[in-house]
Design a protein around this ligand. Structure first.
Ligand code: NAD
Length: 253
């Protein structure tokens, strides 16, 4: 399939819902072969079907991003199916609003899912990218990497860590022809909450938040996916260690 990432092979973590599903679909539409890694097979199934119906090549491999063994299996199955790995989108993450801000256990859990996962996925993916001659890694952080929007300490700490880890990894792996960048979404359709319910964004009142967004609206999942597509593609061949804010101007205020 021709396209902006034709010939590339991508893993999108957390690709069964939200922005990850949009990123997987867009990479497939633009010619990449895509593996969706997620804990939620139920959510992944319709995403896989939609991508295939549109002519894309996609597989789903169930995996938890906090597990090194799961990452090894997901990467191995991707390489077995598609021959190599050249793009990793570390997208999986959890919002922390329903977690206890005073609980050490909850702190570690959020850090594991949002940050340690990025480290594990990156260091393992890099091995395959080196074999393939190079690659591109895109980490989904947040505007919360830079500001304390709403007061959510562990979420902000995890996303700040993803931002700095991205720069460190970019410097570390530049010699291997691997680029590493971060994307920072602003106010978006709300994430799956702790009880695993998927919240319908149309039911959510964003009025308060919108006062702070110069463009006056929340973002769409495709607006994030376009940023990921660009950074994953050869169009961004001299871009590494940088951050792309996609927030309607929020952090420019
Ligand atoms: N929605 C927002 O307002 C917003 C804003 C800024 C940044 N982000 C970040 O963007 C990314 C995607 O957010 P979203 O809103 O699309 O989230 P979402 O909740 O809609 O989807 C996240 C996906 O990740 C999967 N996932 C969760 N834990 C996992 C684990 N341990 N292993 C594997 N998969 C797991 C979920 O099953 C789900 O399919 C996250 O990193 C999030 O922190 C979200």
């Amino acid at each position: 399939m021709p396209g902006r990432v034709a010939g590339k092979v991508a893993i999108v973590s957390g690709g069964a819902n939200g922005m990850g599903a949009a990123e997987a679909a867009m990479l497939a539409r633009e010619g990449a072969k895509v593996c969706i890694m997620d804990v939620r097979e139920d959510l992944a199934a319709p995403v896989v079907e939609r991508i295939r119906d549109a002519g894309g090549e996609v597989i789903f491999v169930q995996g938890d991003v906090t597990s090194e063994d799961d990452w090894k299996r997901v990467i191995a199955e991707t390489v077995e199916a598609f021959g190599k790995l050249t793009i990793l989108v570390n997208n999986a993450g959890i919002g922390a609003r329903l977690y206890d801000p005073e609980s050490v256990e909850d702190w570690h859990h959020v850090m594991d899912v949002n940050m340690t996962s990025v480290f594990i996925g990156t260091k393992l993916a890099v091995k395959e990218m080196i074999k393939a001659g190079g690659g591109a890694i895109v980490n989904i952080a947040s505007i919360a990497s830079f500001i304390a929007e709403g007061g959510n300490p562990v979420y902000g700490a995890s996303k700040s860590a993803v931002w700095n880890y991205t720069k460190q990894a970019a410097v570390l792996y530049a010699k291997n022809n691997i680029r590493v960048n971060s994307v920072h979404p602003g106010f978006m359709p709300r994430m799956i909450q702790r009880n695993n319910e998927v919240v319908d964004p149309s039911e959510i009142a964003f009025a308060e938040k919108l006062k702070w967004v110069p463009m006056g609206r929340i973002g769409t999942v495709d607006e994030i996916a376009y940023g990921v597509l660009f950074l994953a593609s050869d169009e961004a061949s001299y871009i590494t260690g940088t951050e792309l804010m996609i927030d309607g101007g929020f952090t420019a205020m």
